[in-house]
Design a protein around this ligand. Structure first.
Ligand SMILES: C[C@](O)(CO)[C@H](O)COP(=O)(O)OP(=O)(O)OC[C@H]1O[C@@H](n2ccc(N)nc2=O)[C@H](O)[C@@H]1O
Ligand SMILES: Nc1ncnc2c1ncn2[C@@H]1O[C@H](COP(=O)(O)OP(=O)(O)OP(=O)(O)O)[C@@H](O)[C@H]1O
Length: 279
């Protein structure tokens, strides 16, 4: 039996940093969605656990115990094996939770392959602050350090463009660069009737990590300007701790046209178009 698991890109449509815990982790208030752009895992029964990584973004991704997929497998304890193949399509250290989504997909896939329950919430969070939200991909409001997952209103249809300039931005450095750790949370989420209504509302919200990420990687400003200049772009923002930025469009077709344009003007950047994804 082969189990397949999709690891979609995580997008922080908003990311408000509202405080800092004593252990240094930051408190967040974030509207999170997922895109149907992502990595793919294939899991087959085997004696031992093994991992191979292929695909267009495989270069530089660790294949040893540092890989979050193997850390996820270790949470189930010894005794069962699996041959895991990861088709890596998302850029790493990019603010779209690539490794976290892989870890969550591995947890789902291995639980299905082995007929086991998922590990407990504390163990899942120990893999990374973004792993809990990636376990059940869909639109949610994420709070705490990432462990509090609250329902979000239904989203309208919209298209998403993801653009990464090829600069890895380490998350800890971006959090360290925050000028203020305590900022206002999001207001109550209103519900949105259209893509432009959603984009207008998002325009009044923030990604508090954008200024320190731009200090680390000034090219983020260029990425945002390039996305905003594409026809039909309703909003351009950065996701997570960067450097990936996203554009919101009325539908997938408009996002795809923008991706074609960016491939022409910035062939050195990674640009993919898609639409919201829910498991
Ligand atoms: C910025 C986000 O992408 C927003 O979704 C996530 O909070 C980051 O999640 P992640 O990459 O899974 O984060 P982790 O691997 O747990 O932590 C990496 C580092 O980011 C910082 N970190 C992360 C999450 C958080 N709520 N506060 C933090 O201060 C810490 O310095 C930590 O050492
Ligand atoms: N499966 C994986 N895919 C990509 N990177 C991985 C993986 N497992 C471990 N890593 C390591 O994790 C680092 C961070 O990559 P990842 O894509 O998870 O982070 P991120 O973009 O910081 O995510 P976030 O959106 O949570 O901030 C990489 O530099 C890489 O060395």
């Amino acid at each position: 039996m082969t189990v397949e698991a999709f690891a979609p890109a995580k997008i922080n449509l908003t990311l408000h940093v509202t405080g800092q815990r004593e252990d240094g982790y930051h408190l967040l208030d974030s509207l999170v969605v997922f895109a149907d752009i992502g990595d793919r895992l294939r899991l087959d029964p085997a004696e031992d656990i093994s991992l191979s990584v292929t695909g267009p973004r495989a270069e530089g991704v660790p294949v040893d115990g540092r890989n979050l997929v193997l850390k996820a497998a270790a949470l189930f304890g010894p005794g069962q094996g699996a041959r895991i193949r990861l088709d890596k399509r998302l850029p790493a250290a990019a603010g779209i939770g690539g490794g976290s989504s892989d870890a969550a997909a591995a947890l789902r896939g291995l639980a299905a392959l082995w007929g086991r329950d998922l590990p407990g919430a504390g163990a899942v969070l120990s893999l990374g602050a973004d792993v809990p939200v990636c376990l059940a991909p869909g639109p949610v409001r994420m709070r705490g350090v990432g462990e509090e997952i609250l329902p979000a209103p239904a989203l309208p249809e919209f298209g998403i463009l993801l653009v990464n300039p090829g600069v890895e931005v380490p998350t800890p450095a971006v959090f360290r660069g925050l000028a203020r750790k305590t900022n206002a949370p999001m207001p109550d989420l209103p519900g949105w009737g259209s893509a432009s209504g959603l984009a207008d509302w998002l325009a009044g919200q923030r990604n508090d990590l954008e200024p320190p990420a731009r200090d680390e990687a000034p090219v983020i400003g260029e990425v945002l300007a390039a996305i905003a200049a594409t026809p039909g772009c309703l909003l351009a923002r950065m996701s997570g701790s960067g450097a990936t930025c996203f554009g919101i469009y009325a539908d997938r077709a408009a996002a795809e046209r923008a991706a074609v344009l960016l491939h022409e003007t910035r062939p050195d950047w990674w640009a993919e178009a898609g639409a919201p994804y829910s498991l």
